[in-house]
Design a protein around this ligand. Structure first.
Ligand code: FA5
Length: 340
């Protein structure tokens, strides 16, 4: 009797396992057969009523039923897992013959590109890179640069004042005094950043970029400044670039120079961009005025320095043959695409 019941239970369970459609129903069948109160457990309890001579036979059958059903369950579980994986792989199939989506590649803005290139050149020449505030005090922008209040040389830079003592820095030279106050000579720093002036034409923009350079050491000369600038310009524009040094005036350098390079549009012939001169002014420079050193607490008898202020927008114009500075600020994607 128990013998038959076991055989029946086995056949029924085998069928249910075979026809189970998902993991959930398989789990339920597992519970019904092997659970604490499942079919196998309750049938095993019937052993008590089996005649002693039949017990080994029935016991062997119980074990066989358990082994067969366990094996069948494991086989079904594996089958289901394989099927599930196959279905997932099929649904996630990639059609490699489908045309690729056009992925637009971005690029650095020409000014960001110039900042990167010039910074690299300067770092290779031993400079450290620093930053300074764009909203600056009158003191650092002018007074510490030997340009006292109401001095006519302030007119050289048409400045945006926020109040009597706060302004949008008109030159990165403002970082010179800040750095001289906190650094011990000798040192070499460059500071790229935005500058602001009330200026606007094809080579002047109200917001533009400069890179300040400052070297303070014991035996610094004009020859060092000229050779440093020549190396930088040649590395930036190539060995055959024409460079012109001109005497100039800045209240914070003495003597002072300005440096021009051949015009990007006419290549030296003369055009409206360079106002017929064939050259574009790129930077101002000079030997740091001893008064500036003293105001920032540096002993001008022991130390000398040279400084330069690159116009980065003009540098970008020259490198990319851009005929009007305004293109750099219009965010016109057609223009920017040509700069890639
Ligand atoms: C100065 O600003 C000085 N601070 C440079 C300097 C630094 C001299 C250290 C000595 C020692 P200047 O005003 O000439 O100098 O400007 C320097 C460069 O900035 C110019 O040669 C030009 O390339 C660029 N520049 C000036 N104004 C504008 C503007 N409005 N738009 C675009 N570029 C400008």
């Amino acid at each position: 009797m128990l013998f038959d019941e076991l055989q029946n239970m086995k056949n029924k369970a085998l069928q249910s396992i075979e026809s189970a459609v998902d993991k959930k129903s398989l789990g339920e069948i597992k519970g019904e057969v092997f659970g604490k109160n499942g079919a196998l457990a309750s049938l095993s309890k019937g052993m008590r009523d089996v005649a002693p001579e039949d017990r080994p036979k029935v016991g062997a059958l119980i074990n066989e039923v358990r082994n067969v059903l366990e094996a069948k369950l494991a086989q079904k579980e594996e089958e289901m897992a394989r099927k599930e994986l196959e279905e997932r792989l099929n649904s996630e199939k990639i059609d490699i013959t489908e045309p690729a989506k056009n992925c637009e590649r971005g690029a650095l803005h020409p000014i960001a590109g110039v900042i990167d290139r010039l910074t690299d050149i300067c770092v290779n020449l031993g400079f450290s890179v620093v930053e300074g505030p764009e909203v600056e005090s009158d003191y650092y922008n002018f007074e510490a640069m030997n340009i006292p209040k109401n001095h006519p040389s302030r007119d050289m830079q048409d400045t945006f004042f926020i109040n009597d003592n706060i302004l949008l820095r008109s030159q990165t030279s403002a970082v010179q005094a800040r750095e001289m106050e906190v650094r011990k000579p000798p040192f070499k720093i460059v500071c790229p950043g935005k500058t602001y002036r009330n200026d606007s034409d094809s080579t002047h923009s109200p917001v533009f970029h400069q890179m300040e350079g400052l070297v303070i050491d014991e035996n610094v000369s004009m020859a060092d400044l000229k050779s440093m600038l020549t190396i930088m310009m040649k590395r930036l524009y190539g060995d055959d670039t024409e460079i012109r040094f001109r005497p100039s005036f800045f209240p914070f350098t003495e003597p002072s120079i300005e440096v021009d390079v051949s015009c990007p549009t006419c290549h030296g012939k003369g055009c409206s961009l360079c106002k017929g001169t064939g050259m574009l002014e790129l930077l101002g420079a000079g030997i740091v005025n001893p008064k500036v050193l003293e105001m920032s607490g540096i002993d001008s008898k022991k130390y000398r320095g040279f400084a330069f202020g690159f116009g980065l927008d003009r540098t970008a114009m020259i490198l990319n043959s851009i005929g009007n500075i305004r293109y750099l600020y219009r965010n016109d994607i057609r223009f920017l695409n040509q700069m890639k």
